[in-house]
Design a protein around this ligand. Structure first.
Ligand code: PEP
Ligand code: MN
Length: 336
């Protein structure tokens, strides 16, 4: 249930109203909109008498929310959520570029890619240290050593870093990591989501490969219910019947999410297509669809990459893409 208050209401009276509602057993999230306060009520709202509320002199509108996601719902929080990092933002009027290798492979590789993407204008460095691989015989990532190298690259370039956490026991290693990725395979690992709700680290939540938009938003809701609302949603392609591309990039989820939620939405054209030559076209399309950024795989030597070489751009290709995206972002009224 949403309660929109009248503009300019007396704060003491609002406190009394929220206390009365909390006594009925619901939790309240208050958010300040551009001109009025909006109260989001979560919990069993069947005990609340809508008509009595509508008669209250503080209240302009009472809306019952149909969707199962509440805290992630734009009705609860009409303004865009913007995540702030040292030297970078995600959401609002920014278009944010996250770039780096699929996996951290060595100091030389990571430093070369980090310096190159920074020079081109990327705002974040990505790189997997713990890798979810389909085969147990494939490279599983450098683990803790990979995390150390990411932190080194962050210090050397000043770029904030994002990397995937596969299980909660790894959380203590992520202290100097700026944003924690929850991969497609873990999107519905509810215990993990609950634990991340207790953390105050920003979360990059990737869409599961067979998940609906509501399921993605409910996964975000798990994290938000724990008190962590620093979440970025990521469309990374879903399973389809045609295997020409690695996945099917569902770009239509971008405007749909932007309508339904206040959380920032980014696109991963690398995992969506699996083919580096398609990444520029799909990146441009992501800007046009209204995304708040993209996460792109870049490798200094794609032919010898230990993971996802076929979908990785070279630093030169990434640099050209940046030039084009700046113009596209400008048309959309966003700044890179
Ligand atoms: C990745 O970002 O390298 C990755 C494994 O992503 P996803 O979870 O989308 O497959
Ligand atoms: Mn990858």
């Amino acid at each position: 249930m949403i309660i929109a208050l009248k503009p300019g209401v007396n704060i003491e009276e609002v406190k009394k109203l929220t206390a009365d509602l909390e006594n009925l057993g619901v939790k309240i999230d208050a958010s300040q909109g551009s001109s009025q306060i909006v109260l989001g009520l979560v919990g069993d709202t069947t005990v609340i008498n809508d008509d009595a509320l509508r008669a209250n002199h503080l209240i302009e509108r009472v809306i019952r929310v149909q969707e199962p996601y509440k805290r992630a719902n734009r009705i609860f929080h009409p303004l865009d959520t913007v995540l702030e990092f040292p030297g970078a933002k995600i959401g609002g009027s920014s278009f944010t570029l996250i770039a780096g290798p699929c996996s951290v492979e060595s100091r030389d590789q990571l430093v070369a890619v980090a310096e190159a993407v920074k020079k081109s204008g990327a705002a974040f460095l990505r790189g997997g240290a713990f890798k979810p691989r389909t085969s147990p015989y494939s490279f599983q990532g450098m683990g803790c050593e990979g995390i150390d190298l990411l932190v080194e690259a962050k210090k050397a370039t000043g770029l904030p870093v994002v990397t995937e956490l596969m299980e909660i026991s790894q959380l203590e290693l992520f202290e100097d990591i700026d944003m924690i990725q929850v991969g497609a395979r873990n999107m519905q690992n509810f215990n993990l989501l609950k634990e991340l709700g207790r953390s105050r680290k920003p979360i990059l939540l990737k869409r599961g490969m067979a998940s609906t938009m509501t399921e993605l938003l409910m996964a975000a809701e798990y994290v938000m219910a724990g008190g962590n609302s620093q979440i970025v949603l990521c469309e990374r392609g879903i399973r389809g019947f045609d295997n020409f591309t690695r996945n099917i990039l569902d770009l239509s989820i971008v405007p749909a999410l932007k309508k339904k939620t206040h959380l920032p939405v980014i696109v991963d054209p690398s995992h969506a297509t699996g083919l580096s030559w398609m990444v520029p076209a799909m990146s441009k399309a992501a800007v046009a669809a209204g995304a708040d950024g993209i996460i792109v795989e870049v490798h200094n030597d794609p032919e010898h990459a230990l993971c996802d070489g076929e979908q990785s751009l070279t630093p030169g290709q990434f640099d050209s893409l940046m030039g084009v995206l700046r113009k596209y972002a400008e048309i959309e009224g966003k700044a890179i």
